[in-house]
Design a binder for this molecule. Structure first.
Ligand code: NAI
Ligand code: MG
Length: 354
């Protein structure tokens, strides 16, 4: 299989872990006789420094023509005081919108052999295995008007969704539940918000199309509580942009290690952008100690969702588990009888397994 992959390293440890992704994909290509070509472009702070904008036209164009995009992370203290149009995150929001990546999927699952690192009680989080499906290109983050009024003393943000925007993400949620344990939790605030009322109506309408999926509706505040008091009750959670942003960060503490969590952002035709959940980690950037696993597992998601290469994805996931089982770990993880390694060694161990 021949595929064109755009690499967007971004900032901080993004630059380090994107190299790991490339090494792993090269190993997969060799082992399974695929041809992956890589094309690197700037986004975020790096792009601001070089081109004066967080999302250069050349980057958008390259991503538009690619079969899939891998992104490291954007941001850092250097750009924290920039005006909002010159913030690294603008690059991320912009590329999601430009590629119409409306579905963000975050699997959250503990790994065997990692010592309990979550701040939550082990008996509470043990066995949790869930997928958050978040709407990514609508809602509050994109609604207009979004502005200051009354000389800056009043503000307005707009939460707006169309029926078709809700339908396509709800479908993604149902489909994901079909492929997993068959339970879909739709999270909304239908007791207050008009947008949530339509959301809930659409979920109810769609139920008949997916008779093999059990559906429940949970209000977002209750969902936030249940996620940390009883996370094993969830299989697939589908929700709008802002709620999904908050709940997915909350859920990331279930496994206790930000460096292990991948994500996929998808369009209807399978084109996707894959990135670790963590940020650019300025505190450890440039030291060669970042955990590359979240990035490497993101490449596995790319193979599975964009290229339908399920066996290859599985090999990467097995490689990660096997290296952890052997006791190797980066500084952010604790492993029984562990052997501490850096980004490069961790990557090489995974590549060797492949
Ligand atoms: P962060 O995820 O960068 O770091 C939080 C903590 O986790 C830090 O102590 C960091 O060293 C550690 N950490 C994160 N990833 C790690 C890995 N792979 N291996 C080992 N340790 C890891 O979040 P923070 O500090 O809130 O944000 C830093 C910058 O990243 C900010 O500029 C923020 O805006 C940006 N950011 C970007 C994201 C993205 O590109 N998608 C997402 C979140 C934050
Ligand atoms: Mg977030």
């Amino acid at each position: 299989m021949k595929k064109r992959i755009v690499l967007l390293p971004g900032d901080g440890i993004g630059k380090e872990v994107i190299d790991s992704a490339k090494d792993v994909l090269s190993a997969i290509a060799e082992e399974f006789n695929h041809s992956f070509s890589f094309d690197t472009h700037e986004i975020g702070g790096a792009a601001i420094d070089q081109y004066g904008t967080p999302l250069p036209e050349t980057t958008v164009e390259a991503c538009t023509q690619a079969d899939a995009v891998l992104l490291g992370a954007v941001g850092g203290p250097k750009w924290d005081n920039n005006p909002s149009h010159l913030r690294p995150e603008r690059g991320l929001l912009g590329i999601r919108k430009a590629l119409d990546l409306y579905a963000n999927l975050r699997p959250i699952k503990g790994f065997k052999n990692l010592l309990h690192a979550s701040p939550l009680k082990e008996e509470v989080v043990s066995g949790s295995d869930l997928l958050i499906v978040r709407e990514l290109t609508g809602g509050l983050y994109f609604g207009t008007p979004s502005e200051r009024r009354d000389n800056g003393n009043a503000v307005v943000d707009t939460l707006s969704y169309s029926r078709s925007e809700i339908e396509r993400i709800v479908d993604k949620g149902f489909q994901a539940a079909q492929q997993r344990r068959g339970l879909l939790t739709s999270v909304d605030k239908a007791n207050v918000l008009e947008s949530s009322k339509l959301w809930r109506e659409i979920v109810e309408e769609k139920k008949a199309q997916y008779p093999d999926v059990a559906v429940e509706h949970v209000l977002v505040d209750a969902a936030a509580m249940k996620l940390i008091t009883n996370p094993t009750q969830f299989d697939v959670i589908v929700t709008e942009n802002l709620f999904g942003d908050i709940l997915s960060d909350e859920a990331s503490v279930l496994t206790g290690s930000l460096g292990m969590l991948p994500s996929a952002s998808l369009r209807e035709d399978g084109v996707g952008l894959y990135e670790p959940v963590h940020g650019s980690a300025p505190d450890i950037a440039g030291k060669g100690v970042a955990n590359p696993v979240a990035m490497i597992l993101s490449t596995a998601l790319m193979l599975r969702y964009s290229f339908k290469l399920d066996d290859e994805a599985k090999v990467i996931e097995d490689a990660v588990q096997s290296v952890l089982d052997a006791g190797f770990h980066t500084a952010d993880l604790q492993v029984a009888d562990g052997r501490l390694v850096g980004t490069f060694e961790m990557t090489k161990l995974i590549v060797d397994y492949i």
